[in-house]
Design a protein around this ligand. Structure first.
Ligand code: ADP
Ligand code: MG
Length: 325
């Protein structure tokens, strides 16, 4: 059983940022409005995610660490129609099999619970009075799987993977207040008031947010809205292009290219804008590849969509004079 979990961990939990992603998505699924993330040494020493969500019932806490014990709807075909991000019940057992994990959780009505698990074995369990919500602390990641540790890049790279994921998650949930700290330094703080521009300000700073323009376009199949920087505010990497499809961020090269192409010759070669593009569509047009990360999605009528994204950007640019930097 431990071995099965460690093997599964190899698929789901490749690096510190995978742990952060799974814990934060669980917090979102639990209907949290405040999520705090503390990272130490790029997550290798410690990752702590605290939320104010619905919590776990005391007699279900240890169950949450058993394989395939998801409390969420299980539906492979309808992933984009269900509202939770998790669906396989693999993340917690996988994480617990390769780290030292402490859970503190309480629901609205029942006494809370604390559980400690080392490398998949429960070492402590007790009643623990706490406010509604869940804190999960993951320490000594990969302490018992040295092979995994070899794949870890520099701390700088691991940390930038973490901030990249937290940026995208924060941008796709403007109604959740997110705070991220690394070695006690605040890295990100969003207001959670639902406003996209203020969320962008929390993620990339007010300077960037002020230099963004609204984009908007729709046809019978797609509705597009969002914020993109003016052509003179650019970055050297694609990491600042966030695409949110029906409420979740996705990675899609074609759609990212459409944003860049929309700027045409007003963008320097090799430079990218900062953009948050939100797309709403009928789930029937989507085919979700059931990879654990769930970020790959096939879109029928993709050509139509890329055209519409380009149009949205071109029409926003029309009345913006070129300002050489
Ligand atoms: P999944 O998200 O696919 O259901 P996980 O292994 O990520 O599987 O989590 C297992 C279960 O633990 C969840 O289904 C949920 O019931 C519970 N859980 C995990 N994290 C939280 C949290 N932050 N708040 C409330 N419940 C949680
Ligand atoms: Mg999950």
């Amino acid at each position: 059983e431990h071995l099965t979990n460690q093997i599964a961990a190899g698929e789901v939990i490749e690096r510190p940022s995978s742990v952060v992603k799974e814990l934060v998505e669980n917090a979102i699924d639990a209907k949290s409005t405040q999520i705090d993330i503390w990272i130490e040494e790029a997550g290798l020493k410690k990752i702590k995610v605290s939320d104010n969500g619905q919590g776990i019932y005391p007699d279900e806490v240890s169950l949450a660490f058993e394989r395939h014990a998801t409390s969420k709807i299980y539906s492979q075909e309808d992933l984009f129609r269900i509202h939770t991000l998790g669906f396989r019940g693999e993340a917690l057992p996988s994480i617990a099999s390769v780290a030292k994990v402490t859970v503190e959780t309480a629901t609205e009505s029942l006494p809370g619970k604390m559980l400690r698990i080392d490398g998949g074995t429960i070492v402590e369990e007790k009643t623990y009075g706490t406010r509604k919500g869940t804190s999960i602390t993951v320490e000594s990641l990969f302490f018992n799987t040295p092979a995994r540790l070899k794949y870890i890049r520099t701390l700088q790279t691991e940390l930038s993977n973490i901030t990249d994921i937290i940026n995208r998650i924060s941008l796709s949930h403007p109604q959740i207040s997110v705070r991220l700290y690394h070695d006690n330094n605040p890295l990100l703080r969003t207001s959670g008031n639902g406003d996209l521009k203020q969320t962008v300000a929390g993620v990339y700073g007010t300077k960037v947010a002020r230099k963004m323009m609204t984009i908007q376009a729709e046809n019978l199949d797609f509705q597009i809205s969002g914020l993109v920087t003016m052509p003179e505010v650019t970055r050297a990497s694609r990491n600042y292009l966030t695409i949110i499809l029906n409420g979740r961020y996705i990675r899609n090269f074609q759609l990212q290219n459409a944003i860049v192409d929309g700027f045409g010759s007003r963008l320097m070669v090799g430079r990218f804008p900062i953009a948050v593009v939100t797309i709403e569509t009928d789930p029937l047009l989507l085919d979700v590849n059931v990879h654990p990360s769930k970020k790959e999605v096939r879109i029928s009528k993709e050509k139509e969509l890329t055209g519409l994204i380009m149009e949205a950007i071109q029409s926003a640019l029309k009345d913006k004079p070129f300002i050489p930097s």
